[in-house]
Design a protein around this ligand. Structure first.
Ligand code: ZN
Length: 161
């Protein structure tokens, strides 16, 4: 009853702003959890991309200030995000059934036990998605970067009514 229907299940990653204790280079990296960072840092596996020093610590989070230095590290973070997003898209494409515009109906039918539970993704109108939320039907917006290409057969199949 509590399954999330259109969100890749293993998606949460935490972005940390890091700073090198040796050269004070600031950079960003993604970790599965706070403890994942701690374990890697403990083993001296989190290293500075500039001097390769392993005395890397988390920065105190602060409002981001635009500077050329930050822009450079952001593109590295973006590259990592894109790699991660590609995996997420792949996961959705392989494991989730594309139901197109029938998403709201399908999600509702599963929620009320009318059809068997299965992972699906598809499209809703803002009205449909508000109605699902109101009824307590579990569904989450799929970020655009995690959205795979529409399956060919589904994108050409149009409802004839
Ligand atoms: Zn350094």
């Amino acid at each position: 009853m509590n399954s999330t229907r259109c969100w890749p299940p293993d998606s949460p990653m935490i972005r940390y702003a890091l700073i090198c204790g040796d050269c004070e280079h600031e950079f960003e990296a993604w970790f599965a959890s706070s403890s994942a960072f701690d374990v890697l840092a403990d083993k001296r596996l989190v290293t500075c991309p500039v001097c390769a020093g392993a005395r890397v610590t988390k920065q105190i989070m602060a409002p981001s200030v635009k500077s050329p230095k930050k822009a450079a590290s952001r593109s590295e973070a973006e590259r990592q995000v894109e790699a991660f997003a590609a995996k997420a898209r792949d996961h959705v494409a392989k494991n989730f059934d594309y139901v197109g515009n029938d998403f709201a109906d399908e999600a509702r039918a599963m929620y009320y036990g009318e059809t068997a539970d299965r992972p699906i993704w598809g499209a809703t109108t803002p009205e449909e998605s508000a109605a699902l939320a109101e009824e307590g039907v579990p569904a989450a917006p799929l970020p655009k970067v995690f959205t795979p290409k529409l399956p060919k057969q589904a994108s050409t199949k149009r409802k004839l009514n």
